[in-house]
Design a protein around this ligand. Structure first.
Ligand code: FES
Length: 104
């Protein structure tokens, strides 16, 4: 069942940076701060198995650390080979300085 949960605090993610969020019972999530806007996606690369937060964030593209594929973190779109399957994205809201998202 979908549930709204706190992923982190806004202050946990610097502008231009990303944060690995591990919560019991919830798939691994990456939170990004792009020019002050907060986004969240699955943290697992859809090409194989890698944590995207171990990769590189440049503007709104996250590069996987394993084979260098990229995703747009705003839309989840797979942008560069070998990534072809889009990332799951989460709609986030900021409430009292907390990053909230509906997860299943
Ligand atoms: Fe991410 Fe291959 S595991 S690009």
């Amino acid at each position: 069942m979908a549930e709204k949960i706190q992923l982190c605090k806004v202050s946990d993610v610097d502008v231009g940076d990303m944060l690995r969020v591990d919560i019991d019972g919830v798939p691994p999530i990456a939170v990004y701060n792009i020019d002050g806007e907060i986004y969240a996606t699955s943290n697992i690369c859809t090409h194989a198995t890698a944590f995207l937060t171990n990769g590189y964030l440049e503007d709104d593209l996250v590069e996987c650390p394993v084979h260098g594929g990229t995703f747009n973190v705003r839309t989840g779109e797979a942008v560069d080979f070998p990534c072809e399957i889009d990332l799951k994205t989460y709609a986030v809201s900021v409430e009292d300085g907390n990053v909230m998202a509906v997860v299943e």
